[in-house]
Ligand binder design. Structure first.
Ligand code: GDP
Ligand code: IMO
Ligand code: MG
Length: 421
């Protein structure tokens, strides 16, 4: 089979954790390739809920779980998550690439201070220090996992990079900062505990693919949060699109043939930024409650709206999608009617794809097609068993995107999943 990439096609929280867990059964390896603990992936098996931020969803099924070089790792969060997983799941089989950049307390302070200073113009980040850590990586002033686990190098790197950050924090943002020694005293022992997990993920994944083993690449965030192709500047600081799976793990693309786009049956967004199909009314509120649309990482209420097909068509191009996993169809159950945005009306122009910048979205209006509602109130096992109106909705998505909907998810549990083989 080789590699299968699982990516979010919207603004994150599409159900990537659930879909990755569904596939984990067949996996030899599950690997994360970008993002950090801004991700919040929920897996529910036999009524037990696992909320994962850094650990790949494969841990739930005790599969070899890897964190590739493209991920930014908060060591404190990782250690806590490992300890929780060891209690709830048992032994976990984890590998962390030594090249991963680590999130230090000053990255978090820089994230929160910079957001505060932006006022109304804020991005609405998860306050996890993601942007400042990736900035340091690009500026070549970051600290890597291989240094964290080597006390001498960790100390030397803190000494080299922290003083300037500290000055910025204290003099520009006027916030209190920990001393270099305090950071070292807290993080060196964490590094010591995490040392056992270091592994060259590039070599592991490459060798597994050479042997035709099954490797699942678990994306975080969503295509419209991509720093190149998302609604910039209201994006994250990494590339959630599928191409990132190669550079975020350190392999070539020859064995990566299938890309699953996880599409929520409606749209949600956390944080600021444009959202053309947003429902700012009672119906939006109802869907938020029914879908449990509150952030897994921050608990913030997610903004809710209708499915936006120009976004999914654009995601198909950006990711090279080969199939769709449609999630949360059950949340639309019981509505009289359901709308889908088929194109945008931008002045006199009609657009089938999403525009390249948020400036060009301004003034665009969604054009909707309306579908009859349906009821999903039991665990259907086959696609054909779904109500006729639900099938019409799915077939319309297939026709408009030119992609097969191979998985339909009708509940958060692992067994509430229909797969078309
Ligand atoms: P991720 O970040 O893409 O992994 O998604 P999240 O875990 O942040 O958010 C998805 C939420 O929807 C979680 O609470 C899941 O348990 C839940 N979920 C996933 N698939 C379904 C589904 O088909 N139906 C319902 N009702 N909930 C689902
Ligand atoms: P998963 O993997 C939804 C959003 C934040 C904010 C923007 C930038 O669970 O789908 P950041 O902290 O990354 O600098 O925030 O990106 N964001 C997410 N939204 N799901 C996520 O991850 C997200 N990770 C970041 O809300 O708008
Ligand atoms: Mg999430």
């Amino acid at each position: 089979m080789g590699g299968k990439i699982i990516v979010g096609t919207q603004w994150g929280d599409e159900g990537k954790g659930k879909i990755t867990d569904y596939f984990s059964d067949k996996a030899d390896i599950v690997v994360r390739f970008q993002g950090g603990d801004n991700a919040g992936h929920t897996v529910i098996v036999d009524n037990k809920t696992f909320k994962l931020h850094l650990l790949p969803s494969g841990v739930v099924d005790k599969k070899r779980s890897l964190i590739g070089a493209g991920v930014v790792v908060n060591p404190k969060v990782l250690l806590k998550e490992i300890e929780i997983a060891q209690k709830t799941i048992g032994k976990i089989d984890l590998g962390v690439d030594p090249r991963c950049h680590i999130i230090m307390p000053y990255h978090i302070l820089l994230d929160t201070s910079s957001e505060k200073s932006k006022g109304k113009e804020k991005i609405g980040t998860t306050s996890r220090g993601i942007g400042p850590c990736y900035s340091d990586k690009a500026a070549r002033t970051g600290i890597r996992f291989e240094e964290l686990i080597d006390k001498k190098r960790f100390k030397a790197n803190l000494k080299k990079h922290y003083p300037l950050k500290r000055q910025i924090l204290e003099k520009v943002f006027e916030v209190e900062t920990p001393t270099e020694e305090e950071i070292f005293e807290e993080y060196a022992p964490i590094g010591e505990k995490l040392k056992q997990f270091v592994s060259d993920v590039s070599i592991e994944v490459h060798e597994a693919l050479q042997k035709n083993k099954k490797v699942f690449f678990e994306g975080a965030q969503g295509s419209f949060l991509d720093i190149n192709f998302g609604t910039y500047p209201f994006v994250t600081s990494s590339n959630p699109v599928a191409g990132s799976a190669t550079i975020g793990t350190g392999i070539g693309f020859q064995k990566l043939k299938s890309v699953v786009g996880v599409v929520k049956a409606y749209t949600t967004r956390v944080g600021e930024g444009p959202f053309l199909t947003e429902l700012k009314n009672d119906l939006g509120e109802k869907l938020r409650e029914k879908g449990g649309e509150f952030g897994t990482t921050t608990g913030r209420p997610r903004r809710v709206g209708w499915l936006d097909l120009p976004m999914i068509r654009t995601s198909k191009r950006l990711n090279g999608l080969t199939e769709i996993a449609l999630t949360k169809l059950d949340v639309l159950s019981g509505l009289d009617e359901i709308k889908v945005c088929v194109e945008y009306k931008c002045g006199k122009k009609m657009l089938k794809d999403s525009p390249t910048s948020i400036q060009s979205i301004e003034g665009c209006e969604p054009v909707y097609k309306t579908f009859k509602g349906f009821e999903i109130n039991n665990i259907f096992k086959k696609k054909e068993e779904l109500p006729k109106e639900a099938l019409e909705y799915i077939e319309f998505i297939e026709k408009e995107t030119g992609l097969p909907v191979k998985i339909v998810s009708i509940g958060p549990q692992r067994n509430e999943t229909i797969e078309e083989k």
